[in-house]
Design a protein around this ligand. Structure first.
Ligand code: SF4
Length: 142
């Protein structure tokens, strides 16, 4: 049987957004999903500033060697269960930065990725679709 805490977290996922070293195009689309036109908060999703309060980690941009360590630390600070969502071609497969010497790799090399959203940048509709998948996975992990 699901606990009240588990049920409420499933219905109102709190999100931490972490932008790595991309061009910020993905970040702009993620922020667009918060605007009244898309209104991602109608699904109960709230963006938070602390990993200790977050259920879902959304990462965009390419993962360079410097940011990889910090990203791991942020992931470790999130409470279980947690879901990782890679947004955009950079996070899922290096994108236009492929071949750069300073890269650690795609996000899946650094963290266990649960949901990947394709696009450069993905549209807010794709990001919202990815978020709904992330919520379903979060529900199964409880
Ligand atoms: S996937 Fe495209 S839009 Fe997103 S950060 Fe990379 S280059 Fe920019």
């Amino acid at each position: 049987m699901q606990s009240v805490k588990g049920y409420s977290r499933k219905k109102s996922p709190w999100i931490l957004h972490f932008s790595c070293s991309g061009c910020n195009g993905c970040t702009i689309e993620e922020l667009a999903s918060l605007t009244p036109r898309y209104d991602i908060e109608r699904f109960g999703a709230l963006f938070r500033g602390s990993p200790r309060h977050a259920d879902i980690l959304i990462v965009d941009g390419v993962i360079n060697k410097k940011v990889a360590k910090r990203l791991k630390r942020i992931y470790e600070q999130m409470p279980e269960p947690k879901v990782v969502m890679a947004v955009g071609a950079c996070a899922t497969g290096l994108g236009v930065f492929r071949g750069n010497y300073g890269l650690e790799g795609p996000l899946e090399k650094v963290l266990p990725v649960d949901v990947s959203v394709a696009g450069c940048p993905p549209k807010p509709e794709s990001i919202m679709d990815g978020l709904l998948k992330a919520v379903q996975i979060l529900g199964k992990k409880k």
